[in-house]
Write a protein that binds this ligand. Structure first.
Ligand code: MIG
Length: 746
């Protein structure tokens, strides 16, 4: 074999050459190995992974009969002829290997048959074989399952489906089998009996992942361009893989506490009066609320960073008025800048050459809300800095959070051609490479601007993003619809986003497109009780869906759940604190903690919040009972106190005002008093909910606003409950403590 390969070790990398082909293996940690075939660029600087994440790690390189073996304490990578490969765990068992055969499409239709189908308007995309510029096939085992992949629609387990990574604005209904949505997170967790691994394909070009849809013998990755550049992650369990992936691409920083509260929005509040009325109704009905969000109508002719004085009054006035009543202001900002010489953002951007050009060197225009518009080249640091600074116009009038939309980027006049010139990490390139990271760079600019301007932890919400954007922004799942299948989709979609790094995420409660109805709205607010982005939002032209639109019963139930969300805020916040250390999300599929229990493998209709709560929303019209799977352990019904030994399916009552919630025995859940908004009253009393005779829990506390916690200004409590007595240990003390800690048993 020595004849076929030459290889050379250089610090953490092993460079292997064979027949003019080059493979670079980089040992990142003893569980993370990068595999790079630089068809395009050997020195590619990642967008998702910032800085040098390589940890000096001991590894051996040996020549064997078959080829080369690179071995860390945890993982062995075997490289064979033609760069075929296999990853083994530390016991020498194979976890993942390349597939030696060729792609075989089962259904081979003739061109004539395809033409016939097309003439009737059928989609024949799947009947044709597409060979990709970059393509790699992996052996697929019968029992192998796949999780992750960001916001893709459908079920928790992606096995049997094929996906594309190409950020797409899809206003039509999102079905379970859509190839692509707004976000591209080319990361998945492969799981079978006794093995688990993660794969992250760091390539921003249009890419494809087929999890055994084309053929049951292999799964494959394809890309239209770029490198074959992936990170293999080992680990003992799914949680380890999530930890490794978020080690690479970063973790969501702790948000401000208020941002986790309730937000009301709709596209269609068209004046100060509209916004003021909604605020008044919220308080009048006693529904806790942090912000009424400003959708595109607040701008002057959809010019970003402006304010429509005609409909919304003097800039700052409405915001200040609502602030008196505890409301914060959050507004939408789109990337498209209106072509208008009299508009300073446009003229300044033109003067400084900040907008993308077409292939002939003219500033590229397309159409979005403001009409003819140009696209800032966010992949340039200088442009991001400028964009960041533009937010001063908004923070000066009191804006506290930014919602980034349309940043796939979307366009009304056909898609942006692939040869439009954009930059990636300050390198001029084409839209083809920059497309999937356009939203990422926009979010980064927004985050950095808001951080600099306010000194607080920025609230940025984005629709489009790439792997790693979690460092800068929360996400929502875009234009869902008021249909039951979209309520059902909430669980797998948010769980998979969570395992892909996006722990701060939510859906439009009630559904964005289409008309909601009372029952659906109630079940949706119930199912969202533990969402980290918690907003009711609706499209222009649809029936109003604020909580008071459907009478007293709906209002009462709605209020009950928003209040419950506020009571559990400290638990959610604790999990977000933990998330910075472990990368684990707040909302977790059961398989994350019970991965050997086959009842959890394809469980789409219940989820865990942290490790200690299990939530089973009703997701079907008309249902008032539902089946719940309780994994091993003792689980206590939050509403009734009834105890169950896990490992069983039970039937629980779930009338319209009840969403089943279970607390794990042995845990202590921190809770707060109800408020109308975060900060209405100081949170000086902590309430502990203790499940069982012997229980333990930790709790994190800080000022909920700025970065002082990084300087040690926080408290970390450890509570132990035993023999009817509660003990408190301070694991860290650096902030004003609660004046009162009360507890209650369940
Ligand atoms: O083309 O700003 O997903 O939340 O209300 C529609 C108007 C543009 C899409 C977003 C939606 C928002 C809407 N926007």
């Amino acid at each position: 074999m020595g004849k076929v390969f030459t290889w050379e070790v250089n610090d953490s990398t092993v460079e292997i050459k064979s027949n003019n082909q080059r493979l670079i293996v980089q040992v990142i940690t003893d569980e993370i190995i990068r595999f790079l075939i630089p068809k395009w660029k050997a020195d590619y600087k990642s967008v998702a992974i910032e800085g040098d994440v390589t940890v000096p790690t001991d590894f051996d390189v040996d020549e064997t009969e078959e080829g080369i073996e690179i071995k860390t304490g945890q993982v062995t990578l075997k490289i064979m002829e033609n760069f075929q490969f296999a990853f083994l765990d530390r016991y020498g068992d194979e976890i993942l290997s390349s597939y030696q055969g060729k792609r075989v499409i089962k259904d081979n239709y003739s061109d004539k048959a395809i033409g016939f189908l097309e003439s009737e308007g059928h989609d024949t995309h799947n009947l044709k074989k597409h060979e990709y510029a970059i393509q790699v096939l992996f052996n697929l085992r019968n029992e192998e399952r796949f999780y992750g992949m960001g916001d893709k629609t459908g079920f928790l387990n992606k096995r049997g489906y094929a996906y594309e990574n190409w950020n797409s604005d899809i206003p039509q209904i999102h079905h379970e089998n859509m190839p692509a949505l707004y976000k591209s997170i080319p990361f998945f967790i492969g799981k079978g009996a006794g093995y688990v691994y993660g794969m992250f394909f760091d390539n921003t070009f249009h890419s494809y992942l087929d999890f055994g849809k084309e053929n049951n013998n292999y799964f494959f990755y394809g890309a239209d361009n770029g490198n074959l550049d992936f990170y293999f992650m080992g680990g003992e369990n799914i949680a380890d893989v999530v930890e490794h992936y978020t080690y690479l691409t970063g973790r969501a920083p702790l948000p401000q506490l208020w941002t986790l509260g309730y937000h009301q929005c709709r596209w269609g509040y068209e004046s100060a009066e509209d916004i003021r009325n909604v605020a008044k109704e919220m308080r009048g009905h006693g529904i806790p609320c942090e912000s009424i969000q400003y959708d595109i109508d607040y701008m002057d002719g959809f010019r970003v960073f402006t304010w429509d004085e005609k409909e919304y009054g003097k800039p700052g006035e409405l915001i200040a008025e609502l602030e008196e009543d505890g409301f914060k202001a959050v507004c939408i900002i789109d990337p498209g800048v209106k072509v208008d010489d009299a508009y300073s953002i446009y003229s300044e951007g033109i003067k400084k050459d900040y907008f993308a050009h077409d292939k002939d060197g003219n500033v590229y225009t397309n159409e979005v809300w403001p009409g003819e518009s140009v696209y800032p080249d966010f992949g340039r640091k200088e442009v991001r800095k400028w964009w960041a600074g533009n937010h001063k116009a908004l923070t000066d009038i009191g804006m506290q959070g930014i919602w980034n939309d349309m940043n796939e980027p979307a366009s009304f006049n056909g898609p942006l051609p692939l040869d439009v010139k954009f930059s990636v990490n300050d390198r001029l390139t084409n839209h083809e490479e920059a497309h999937n990271v356009y939203g990422h760079f926009m979010s980064q600019a927004t985050y950095e601007g808001m951080k600099e301007l306010t000194g607080k932890r920025p609230l940025v919400i984005t629709r489009a993003c790439y792997a790693g954007t979690q460092k800068y922004s929360a996400v929502w799942t875009g234009d869902n619809q008021s249909v039951w299948s979209h309520l059902q989709m909430l669980i797998p979609q948010l769980c998979n986003l969570g395992m892909s790094g996006f722990t701060i995420a939510g859906t439009d409660i009630g559904g964005f497109g289409g008309d909601t109805n009372p029952e659906l709205l109630i079940r949706w607010i119930e199912a969202s009780t533990f969402c980290t982005f918690y907003r009711n939002h609706c499209a222009k032209g649809q029936m109003n869906q604020e909580p008071w639109q459907f009478g007293e019963t709906v209002l009462d139930i709605y209020r009950k759940y928003v209040k419950l969300h506020y009571r559990f805020l400290p638990y959610i916040y604790d999990l977000l604190f933990e998330s910075q250390i472990t990368g684990l999300p707040v909302m977790r599929p059961l398989v994350l903690h019970y991965e050997d229990d086959e009842n959890t493998f394809n469980l789409n209709n219940e989820f865990l919040v942290g490790e200690n709560m299990l939530v089973a929303p009703v997701l079907e019209q008309g249902a008032t009972k539902r089946m719940v799977y309780l994994p091993v352990g003792t689980w206590v019904n939050y509403w009734t106190g009834q105890r169950f030994s896990g490992g069983v399916h039970i039937i629980v009552d779930a009338p319209i005002d009840m969403m089943p919630i279970f607390i794990k025995e042995g845990s202590i859940i921190p809770m707060y008093e109800e408020v109308q908004y975060v900060g209405e009253e100081p949170y000086d009393t902590l309430k502990l909910l203790i499940a069982g005779e012997s229980a333990w829990g930790t709790h994190y506390q800080d000022n909920g606003e700025d970065f002082e916690y990084l300087e040690g200004e926080y408290n970390l409590y450890s509570f132990t409950y035993e023999d009817g007595k509660l003990d408190c240990d301070m694991l860290h003390e650096g902030y004003e403590k609660y004046t009162d800690i009360q507890w209650e048993k369940i």
